[in-house]
Write a protein that binds this ligand. Sequence first.
Ligand SMILES: [Zn+2]
Length: 538
Amino acid sequence: MIPILKFIQALAIVGTCVIVGFAQPSIRDYRRAHERQILDEFTRFLAIPNVASDRENIRRNAQFIVEMMERRGLNPQLLEAKTRDVPPAVFGEWKAPGATHAIVLYAHYDGQPVDPKQWTASPPFQPTWRSAAMEAGGTIVKLPGDGEFNPTLDRSPSNRKPGVEAIVTLPPAGEINPEWRLYARSAADDKAGVIAILTAFDALRAQGTSPLLNIKFLFEGEEEAGSPHLGEIIDLHKDLLESDAWIICDGPVHQSGRKEVVFGVRGDQNVDVTVYGARRPLHSGHYGNWAPNPAMLLARLLATMKDDSGRVTIAGWYDGVEPLGEAERGAIAEAPAYDDELRSQLGLGRTEGNGKSLLELINQPSLNINGISSGDVGALARNVIPTTATAVLDLRLVKGNDHQRQVERLIDHIRRQGFFVIDHDPTDAERKEHALIVKVIARSGGYNAERTRMDLPISIAVIAAVQSTSKAPIVKLPTSGGSLPLAIITDHLHTVTMTVPIANYDNNQHAENENLRLQNLWDGIETWAAVMTIKPKI
Ligand SMILES: [Zn+2]
């Protein structure tokens, strides 16, 4: 009897284990069962205007996140800056029993300014579903029961609650097509990040999974404005925000659609360069050949800054660049070759860099002309010699460059071309004394690049976590071509940063008709659930 009893007991235990194992939903199962709920929360969030300078609405966004986190028991708090009345960050924490290490998961809830006239898909803060990207012929999704009237949002008064703009009418889970696109400002950049992170938390908790590190959540409200107060917020709340790494959810995955981990961002510095001609506009017939033309002078000056292959010819431009390590060079070599496809998509007959790939070249500092202005063109064109010519230069920087030093190199180069360099409009005396005058203004807000080594234990753990959610090899990039002020984080805290993006590459971020492909959100939830359960050998 006793052995039989034991056998039955053993069976029962095995059975229980099997049932528990079976009952534990995967992250994907959880998502499938909660699609409507996730999208309801997401679209209500997107309906709140979120330009950082719109102080009233930006606080409503922060409050919406606070409520999302309160519902989850994450004890949210608003982290204010020292400067009054600026967008707060929202903080919360998921503590791991006995853990002494922590990671900060970061996304931002503010978005770029909008010009509603340019939003041809749908208004920026009226989240709207389309069957595919508008450029690919995607049409507004006809939802069941909506007949011809088919806004994604039901704005009927009976559905209106204070602070709630939108009630979503979506089909049941299973009928929501993952190729649908959600159109709204910040659908991709970066409210998708907030939703992916908080939903990943929901799915893990539903599984009964606990993290192995303390998980801290930090949602910033001023990133698109250049994070001018993030340093203050960090300094005032250092104890809360100290961690082994900040992992950023922002930006698009690789153009090939593969998942991606990015270990750096480029620095950025804008510079205004203005060259002067006569004090007033001159008739080009009466004065041409005699009065110098500032547009011509500026064009000649700019042409001295790069050679035919696109290499910057300013002395010292590439000095101090930290070379890539073995892991970084290997990652670039393994990344999918996508340049030919891009060249054909973009209609480029040639590219710069003497045959080097895009991924290699974004690891070098660059010099770009954002725009040039002098006189008028088109219908306003007149036969004049303009008084000034201005270019806005965009200096992208990599690890090892200092943004102020790079501006000094630019100014030294301009001087070597014979120009008298000033930081104001020229006085009469200066005009008399100098043949060539240029005003050079380095704009405020420039910052340096940031890059984390790919062979650190935390880097290896994040790569493994993201890879575990994808059959295709993930793309690992030493740096993004774009810029984020991540140096603000590492200047104020002893930590490292890396970025795990989720959005589709064709999301129109920063522009009109921003959109998120739904499958990217679904994939992103799985990616971030894996990131939250990393176990690095710290
Ligand atoms: Zn962003």
